[in-house]
Design a protein around this ligand. Structure first.
Ligand code: ATP
Ligand code: MG
Length: 421
């Protein structure tokens, strides 16, 4: 137990962590280009927030939450997703009083009690954005384009954007009747969750992952064919703005999204390459959510993207992300006096922003060279008593094998020029 991490969690080690840092930076850059500001919310919230914000009929709330009582008998839940906490923060900090829209992005750990498999963990991470304060279709297209530009910048192609409209409470009510009619002779054979959905929000039955439910529902009526005039016009304009932005999409009437609070636009980015867990990113409009959670009626739209799933997709598309720079300089030392001198030089180098290191295990000179090679340092120098006295060292370029003498006292200047800094 002590040396095993909990099921469904992951360590991110050297070979992978640079990829995380890279995608995190690109995501933040793209969000900034679109005028989104970062928001950070706590890792846990009151359980009630997710029950309300995510919806009682969702898998997340029914089966997947990490909920516990704290020592003050409060029911606390580890964030299973990013939207509800951002909405809570939007209301609590009165961001609605600022000039609108409020455009936010986040990068957060999430927790869901799920059966772990490739691309499905219990502890995972999400990128996301939320835009509050307008229901204009241009913002829907903008939010969707953030993902599209992000993927382009990573060199990710062949990820299909599927869009749909799931209407508003008004047309959904009408459509629910039609759908219940269609489902009326199938209800006995639906799973228990879907039986509840039949009463509360039958459209969510179309999103059931169970094979038995999927097989029952072959040619159902779709929401997109029963939109009211306003929702239809909104959807048409979203498509128009996507065309203007040059973002390709497919209208997929089956996209329903797992969360209860979605209205109008719903979308998913689907990779063909990772099999079952193919949805890299999902999002949509949630015009009722802010009010549902206790804020002033405010429209909103956003998406959430699994970072682990994104990295898996990047891997499956054979995309090499840029590796971080290697150590700039390794100092091989001969003797105790030189070792101490090197220790000081290292700090001078590091203070100048040059990455530098030396041996800390008392290795032989030969072994120090070998180690310098092993950690892929760009330059190596050797310092002994003579070098200190004469102020001359040999600087070796480990890539080319080229070497030359330089003044030890000019090391920083020379290295900077060589590294082009
Ligand atoms: P799925 O249908 O795959 O279960 P979902 O509808 O539960 O997805 P959302 O709640 O929309 O997913 O979360 C947004 C994104 O977060 C997903 O598209 C996916 O990339 C990622 N994600 C969701 N659950 C997990 C998980 N357990 N492990 C890793 N990533 C996840
Ligand atoms: Mg899920």
């Amino acid at each position: 137990m002590l040396t095993r991490r909990p099921k469904g969690t992951k360590d991110v080690l050297k070979d992978e962590v640079y990829k995380w840092r890279y995608v995190e930076k690109v995501f933040a850059d793209v969000c900034k280009n679109f005028g989104y500001e970062e928001i950070r919310t706590p890792v846990f919230e009151h359980t009630e927030l997710f029950k309300r914000g995510v919806g009682e009929t969702t898998d997340v709330v029914q089966k997947e939450m990490y909920t516990f009582e704290d020592k003050g008998n409060r029911s606390i839940t580890l964030k299973p997703e990013g939207t509800a906490p951002v909405v809570r923060a939007f209301i609590e900090n009165k961001l609605y009083a600022d000039a609108q829209p409020t455009k936010l992005f986040y990068n957060t750990p999430c927790f869901r009690y799920e059966r772990p498999q490739a691309g499905r963990l219990r502890g995972f991470h999400q990128f996301g954005i939320e835009a509050f304060g307008t229901d204009k279709p241009s913002i829907d297209a903008e939010v969707i384009s953030v993902v599209s530009v992000f993927f382009n910048r990573l060199g990710l192609e062949n990820i299909e954007l599927n869009i749909n409209s799931i209407g508003c409470p008004k047309c959904r009510e009408e459509y629910s009747k039609i759908l219940r009619d269609y489902l009326s002779d199938k209800i006995e054979d639906l799973c228990d969750t879907c039986k509840v959905r039949f009463e509360k929000n039958p459209m969510r039955i179309l999103d059931c992952k169970r094979k038995s439910c999927k097989e029952l529902i072959e040619n159902p009526p779709y929401m997109v064919d029963h939109l009211c005039g306003e929702c239809e016009e909104h959807f048409n304009k979203v498509k128009e703005y996507l065309n203007i932005a040059g973002v390709e999409y497919k209208v997929n009437p089956k996209i329903v999204r797992g969360l209860d609070y979605y209205t109008k636009t719903a979308f998913e980015f689907i990779s063909k390459e990772i099999g079952a867990q193919s949805t890299v990113c999902g999002g949509g409009r949630y015009d009722g959510l802010v009010e549902e959670i206790g804020g002033p009626s405010t429209p909103g739209i956003g998406f959430g993207m699994g970072i682990e799933r994104l990295l898996l997709t990047i891997e499956n598309h054979n995309i090499e992300l840029p590796k971080p720079d290697d150590l700039d300089i390794f100092i091989v030392t001969i003797g105790e006096k030189a070792e101490k001198e090197a220790f000081k030089i290292l700090f001078d180098l590091r203070n100048e922003g040059i990455s530098a290191d030396k041996d800390h295990l008392g290795r032989s000179i030969k072994a120090q060279f070998k180690y310098s090679d092993k950690i892929n340092s760009t330059y190596t120098i050797v310092i002994g008593d003579d070098e200190i006295d004469n102020d001359v060292v040999t600087l070796k370029n480990m890539r080319t094998g080229e070497q030359g003498e330089i003044n030890l006292s000019k090391l920083i200047e020379v290295i900077k020029v060589k590294l082009g800094r």
